[in-house]
Design a protein around this ligand. Structure first.
Ligand code: PNS
Length: 157
């Protein structure tokens, strides 16, 4: 069975990686959907975000990284995917994610959202926090893999 894990991944963090590794144990193929939301300002381009994820999972044949614009459910219908994977860190995430899960269900009745609770040590990590720490010169080894630290350094230099 296939599943999709959609997100902005600007950039991918250790929290995302944890969810991807755990989710991929349950599916034949896990598609990482890197989304382009025209209302959001990203640090990394969509192709840069995709590449950083591909570098991380280069040795995992189950994981495929794609980019797309538009509704998630349209992509899912076109590619015969029925399961959406989402990570949950806090109750704040839940309020936002519940709304998205119900909306996606309304738009596509076969879609099911599977929530995976983040591992405790990753429950405070977000891409926004990573960018903020980095902008003040903070240490990021616990938050993102080394190739992402390097990409951040290059971006901000
Ligand atoms: O990492 P993010 O920014 O929290 O991810 C949000 C994302 C990209 C998963 C969400 O905005 C999304 O699914 N966008 C695609 C557009 C869509 O389908 N919207 C309706 C679902 S509420």
């Amino acid at each position: 069975m296939k599943a999709i894990y959609p997100g902005s991944f600007d950039p991918i963090t250790n929290g995302h990686i944890d969810i991807i590794n755990r989710a991929s144990n349950f599916f034949d193929e896990l598609i990482i959907g890197v989304m382009m939301n025209s209302k959001k300002k990203y640090m990394f381009s969509i192709e840069e975000r995709k590449k950083l994820i591909e570098q991380q999972f280069a040795n995992n044949a189950k994981i495929k990284v794609v980019t797309f614009q538009g509704l998630l459910v349209d992509y899912m219908k076109k590619h015969h995917i029925k399961v959406i994977i989402k990570g949950l860190r806090t109750v704040t995430d839940y309020a936002y994610e519940a709304q998205m899960a119900l909306t996606n269900k309304n738009l596509y009745k076969d879609a099911e959202t599977f929530f995976i609770h983040s591992t405790e040590k990753y429950s405070l990590i977000s891409s926004s926090i990573v960018k903020e720490i980095y902008s003040y010169g903070g240490e990021l080894t616990d938050y993102v893999p080394k190739h992402v630290v390097d990409a951040l350094k290059e971006k901000l230099s």
